[in-house]
Design a binder for this molecule. Structure first.
Ligand code: ZN
Ligand code: ZN
Length: 184
């Protein structure tokens, strides 16, 4: 049976991960299984000049490590992610593929020098996790400002959208094909 494999890279707060698993399971109507016992080493993806991790390399490492998993794979990390053309990314996914990754680093108010806000953090993490997984199910960016598939380049934009799919995206969600383009 298809499932979503949740793969923490570097420890996150266990509470936020189990809450995330529960909410993702409701959203996608799939079992979500966390695998905290893997030994995926993020070090090869680290760029010391940027002090960030190259998310595409982490996606490749995930695919190699979990090649036998038949469902989707979502890595969650507190590492700051980038792709070469952008200063940072909140996450990256294979469009209509298998793997996605989200970073919690810039979702935390404390990153911006503000007091921590656990509810806001969990909501942002859920939105970005749903968004990147949505890409793996073949969904592209949506123009509806409050749809979870709306593109967010700053954290304020994440706060403007909901964690829900709009009706059009919800309808498209179950369509799948095997293209392997990448969406961020
Ligand atoms: Zn939409
Ligand atoms: Zn996107």
């Amino acid at each position: 049976m298809a499932s979503i494999l949740l793969v923490p890279i570097r420890p996150l707060q266990p509470a936020s991960l189990s809450a995330l698993a529960l909410r993702l399971s409701e959203r996608f109507q799939l079992p979500v299984v966390a695998d905290g016992s893997h030994h995926l080493d993020p070090a090869p993806a680290f760029d010391s000049s940027r002090n960030q991790y190259y998310s595409s390399l982490l996606l490749s490492a995930l695919l190699r490590m979990f090649s036998r998993h038949e469902g989707k794979i979502l890595a969650v990390t507190d590492a700051d992610l980038y792709i070469p053309v952008l200063t940072y990314v909140f996450g990256e996914a294979q469009l209509d593929g298998k793997a996605a990754i989200v970073s919690s680093r810039r979702l935390d108010e404390r990153f911006y020098g503000l007091p921590g806000n656990a509810d806001l953090f969990e909501n942002r993490l859920l939105k970005e996790a749903v968004h990147e997984l949505g890409h793996t199910f073949g969904l592209v960016h949506c123009r509806q400002y409050d749809c979870v598939m709306h593109s967010s380049t700053a954290v304020e934009e994440i706060d403007l959208k909901s964690s829900e799919f709009c009706t059009d995206c919800a309808r498209l969600l179950k369509r799948t094909n095997n293209e392997t383009a990448t969406e961020i």
